[in-house]
Write a protein that binds this ligand. Sequence first.
Ligand SMILES: Cc1cc2nc3c(=O)[nH]c(=O)nc-3n(C[C@H](O)[C@H](O)[C@H](O)COP(=O)(O)OP(=O)(O)OC[C@H]3O[C@@H](n4cnc5c(N)ncnc54)[C@H](O)[C@@H]3O)c2cc1C
Ligand SMILES: NC(=O)c1ccc[n+]([C@@H]2O[C@H](COP(=O)([O-])OP(=O)(O)OC[C@H]3O[C@@H](n4cnc5c(N)ncnc54)[C@H](OP(=O)(O)O)[C@@H]3O)[C@@H](O)[C@H]2O)c1
Length: 501
Amino acid sequence: MSELPEGALEGVRYAVFGCGNTDWARTYQAVPTAIDEHLARAGATRLVDRGAANARGDFFGDFDDWYSGFWGPVTTALGQDDEVPAPTPLLEVEFVGATRDPILRQNHLQLGAVVANRELVDMDASGARSKRHLEIALPDGMTYETGDYLAVLPLNPTLAVDRALSRFDLAYDAQTVIRISEGGHTFLPTDTPVTAGELLASYVELSLPATRKQLELLADATVCPPDKAALAALAGDPAAYTDEILTPRITVLDLLERYPACQLAFGTFLQMLTPLTPRQYSISSSPRWSTDHVTLTVSVLTAPALSGSGTYEGAASTYLARARPGTKVAVTVRPSNVAFHPPQSLATPVVMVCAGTGIAPFRGFLQDRALAAQEQGVTPAPALLFFGCDQPDVDFLYRDELDEWAEQGLVAVRPAFSVTPADGVTFVQDRLWADRAEVIDLVRAGAIFFVCGDGQRMAPAVYDTCTRIYIEATGATAERADAWMIEMQREHSRYVADVYA
Ligand SMILES: Cc1cc2nc3c(=O)[nH]c(=O)nc-3n(C[C@H](O)[C@H](O)[C@H](O)COP(=O)(O)OP(=O)(O)OC[C@H]3O[C@@H](n4cnc5c(N)ncnc54)[C@H](O)[C@@H]3O)c2cc1C
Ligand SMILES: NC(=O)c1ccc[n+]([C@@H]2O[C@H](COP(=O)([O-])OP(=O)(O)OC[C@H]3O[C@@H](n4cnc5c(N)ncnc54)[C@H](OP(=O)(O)O)[C@@H]3O)[C@@H](O)[C@H]2O)c1
C-alpha cells in the first residue's frame, strides 16, 4: 500500500477499525493507522473515521462505540436506506414447557427463584459443617404461615449423575426417547427426547440403598457365576443384606460399579429406581417479614460415604447450597402440624429448644413475634431459646440477629456448645436442665414448649430432661410424669415437637 501511486484507489470507499493491545505500546494501532493513511493517500474515500479497540481495556465497548456511528455515513455514501442492520442475527426462541412439568404438577410444585444464598458457618474452622441461609421468592400466589415447610425438588448431585453415566458409557447429552408398552405406567418422561444426563439428574433417586428385590434383578442380569452368586446370596439373606447393604447404604449404582459383569440395560436401571422426591425444609421466616419470600436454613450433607467409597452428597442440600441467585427452584409450601406455629397471643410465653438447623422455624417464630410486637406496640411475654451448636465462633447460627432481639427484650438465648462444654453443659438438654428453674416458671405461667431438630438423639434427650424436671419440681412418680408429658402434648398442645429422624 505504501507503494501505491497517488490516485490509484480513486472511487474506492473504505473504513478501518484496528484491534490492538496497549501492552505493546510502541506498535499499538500502528498497522491500522498506516493502512488508513495509505488508502487515503492513494485516493480512496474514508467513510468513517478510523476506530480502535484495546484488548487490554473495554475491547467490545470500543467496537460498539465506533460501530454505532458506522451505518449512518455508510448508507448515505452508498445511497441506501438508512435502515441499520440488526447487530446480531435475530433468533426467535419459543418456550415449549419443561420436560419436568408433569413431575412438578404431580407434586404440586411450581418454580420459585433463589434470591440470596449465604454461608452461616465459619468454614475456615476445623471440623466446620456448612449451613446455609437461602432466600427464595415464592411462585405467584403461593403463601405461607410461620412454622410451615417448603418442599423442594432437587436435581441429583453431578457426582452421582456422572458416575451413573460413566457406568453405562453414556455422554450427558446422549438423546434418549423412552417408550412404554401399552397400559404401562412410568414416572419417566415418555415419547419425548430427553438426554441421559437429564434423566439421571432430574427424575430418579440415585442414593437409596438397594432393596432385596433390586439385588435379585442385578443377580439375574449378571453373567459371571461368582458375582451372580454373591448378589443372589445378599438378596436371600436378610441379616447379610442389613449388614452389607442397608446399613452402609449401598446403592444399585455402587453394586453396578462393584460387579462390572452385571449387564443391566440403562432402561432397566431407570425402571428399578424410585422417583426423585421433594425434600422438606422448615421455613425460617415469617410472612410479616415478607408474604411472598421465604428463608430456609439448610444443613449441607457432605461426608465420607457410609459405603466406604468416596464422598456422599445429599441431593437437596447440595443442590440448594450451590443454587445461585436467580436459579429457578421447584417448590411448594406444606403446612406443619397445626400446633407448631407461634402462639396467637403475644402474652403467651414460649420455650424453644433446638440444635443446629433445628433453629430454622424458631427464627421464623422470633421474627414474627418481633414484628407483631412492633405492629401492636406491646412487649411480648418472655421467650426462651435453647440452642445447641459446636462452638460459639463457628456455627452459632443467626447470632447477630438473636443478639439484637435479646437486646430488645424479645428473647433470652441459652446456648450449649458441644465442642467447648462448660459447667457440665455439652448439649442443649444439659442447658435445659441447668436452667430448669426459669423453664418451670415459664411453664407455670402458661408457656408453650417447642422442640425442633434431630429426632434421633436430641429430641428424645430433651423429652427425657423435661420429664426429669417435672419429677424434681413436683415429686411425681415416673408414671405420673409420663402421663403429664403425654397430656401436655396431646390434650393441651403445650409440648410441641417438630423433629426429623
Ligand atoms: C419436616 C422436616 C423439616 C426439615 N427441615 C429441615 C431444615 O430446616 N433444615 C435442614 O437442613 N434439614 C431439614 N430437614 C431435613 C431435609 O428434609 C433433608 O432430609 C436433608 O436436607 C437431607 O436431604 P438431602 O436431599 O440433602 O440428602 P439425601 O440425598 O436425601 O440423603 C439423605 C440420606 O442419606 C443418608 N446419609 C447421611 N449421611 C450419609 C453418608 N455419609 N453416606 C451415605 N448416606 C448418608 C441419610 O441417612 C439419609 O437417609 C427437614 C426434614 C423434615 C422431615
Ligand atoms: N422441622 C424439622 O424436623 C427440622 C428442622 C430443621 C432441621 N431438622 C433436622 O435437624 C437435624 C440438625 O442437623 P444439623 O446438621 O443442623 O445439626 P448439627 O450441626 O449436626 O448438630 C447441632 C448440634 O447438636 C449437637 N448434638 C449432637 N448429638 C446430640 C445429642 N445427643 N443431643 C443434643 N444435641 C446433640 C451437635 O453436637 P456434635 O457436633 O458434637 O455432634 C451440634 O452441636 C438434621 O437432622 C435436620 O434435618 C429438622
